[in-house]
Ligand binder design. Structure first.
Ligand code: HMG
Ligand code: MG
Length: 300
């Protein structure tokens, strides 16, 4: 049966922008976050504390959180990605509400994305998770390439189960199941989710589906049918990963919200205001709006 309420995590300020080659000014990122919150988004990925040599676009991580500080909303969860203790030390000054440690079900993707093996990544994440928890900060784990990998092709669900187990062992309270390159189809995504369920409760799991092959909304529905009630989405469908060539953005937040509301599932989000947020950032980036719902509503 379907959940009655779904939590939307808008990842556009991080996943949506990290792949932009042109530097997006901090003020534009701040305006995007303000717009998302005005639309009712209660959880978002603000930035990542990764190496600026690897992902230059996130190099203003500290400046952005400083800019957000005076108007920080107590009822909004500001998440940041943290790959190692160095990133945690930089992030902690800004008191994020949640940190995201991000591993992979594919060995090759792990090497390409964070320059270490899966097991090494868990060793790096363990002190990060412990330090976050000691400071009362929530810890979420996200697993990339749970269905397919740009380097290895199809990924065996047992790999998803293994990484889920390891992330929970070191303290992850939530696990995101990511289809990084958007190759998944509903039954394959359900298989990956079932593998994670060997170690995680359903309430701990979230879906993170990229839309490269146009399957992300179908995959979202397939996850909803299993009872998953949290999804990472990106306004205007922005995004991609610098280490997953050709992958497009996450499923558009507007499209997911429209589907959920149409199914009688609440999100707390105002779709019209969300469309404004997506239009503003798309115009700034000079890109067509990647949300079907946004385009339909604008042309109505
Ligand atoms: P490394 O080069 O192996 O790190 O990178 P290192 O520990 O050897 O350090 C090398 C240099 O980087 C040192 O500086 C460190 O201080 C510095 P130097 O001495 O040369 O001047 N450094 C840092 N600087 C700032 N912040 C840090 C940091 N760590 C080291 N945190 C590392 C390892 C993990 C840092 C690197 O590979 C990296 O930053 N990778 C990030 C890749 C990334 O952000 N990918 C995109 C996000 S993941 C994603 O999009 C998938 C997701 O959406 C889910 C899905 O769709 O699948 C989440
Ligand atoms: Mg992603």
């Amino acid at each position: 049966s379907y959940p009655k309420h779904v939590t939307i995590v808008d990842v556009s300020p991080r996943d949506g922008l990290q792949n932009e080659s042109k530097t997006v000014p901090t003020a534009v990122k701040q305006a995007l976050i303000d717009d998302l919150i005005a639309a009712g988004i209660k959880k978002l990925e603000a930035t990542s504390f990764v190496s600026p040599k690897w992902v230059p676009q996130m190099g203003d991580n500290s400046a952005l959180l400083e800019a957000l500080a005076p108007t920080r909303h107590a009822d909004v969860c500001y998440s940041v990605l943290v790959p190692n203790m160095r990133g945690f030390e930089n992030a902690i000054n800004h008191r994020p509400d949640e940190i995201v440690i991000f591993g992979s079900a594919s060995e090759t993707f792990s090497q390409k994305n964070i320059n270490c093996s899966i097991d090494e990544s868990i060793e790096r994440f363990a002190p990060v998770a412990a330090a976050a928890k000691a400071q009362g900060i929530k810890v979420r784990g996200v697993i990339s390439c749970t269905v397919g990998c740009p380097y290895e092709g199809e990924i065996d669900p047992s790999k998803v189960a293994y990484v889920t187990k390891r992330l929970i062992e070191i303290g992850a309270e939530q696990i995101g199941i990511a289809d990084t390159i958007g190759v998944g189809t509903p039954l394959k995504v359900q298989r990956a989710l079932r593998a994670a369920l060997e170690y995680a409760d359903i309430a701990m799991l979230s879906g993170h589906f990229h839309d490269t092959y146009g399957q992300a909304l179908s995959n979202t529905l397939a996850a909803l049918q299993m009872g998953i009630s949290e999804f990472d989405t990106s306004v205007a469908g922005l995004g991609g990963c610098p280490y997953a060539k050709g992958a497009t953005g996450n499923v558009a937040t507007e499209d997911v919200v429209y589907m959920l509301h149409g199914m009688g599932i609440s999100t707390g989000i105002d779709l019209d205001k969300l469309v404004i947020a997506g239009e503003r950032i798309s115009k700034f980036l000079g890109r067509p709006n990647g949300s079907n719902v946004a385009r339909a509503l604008i042309n109505k």
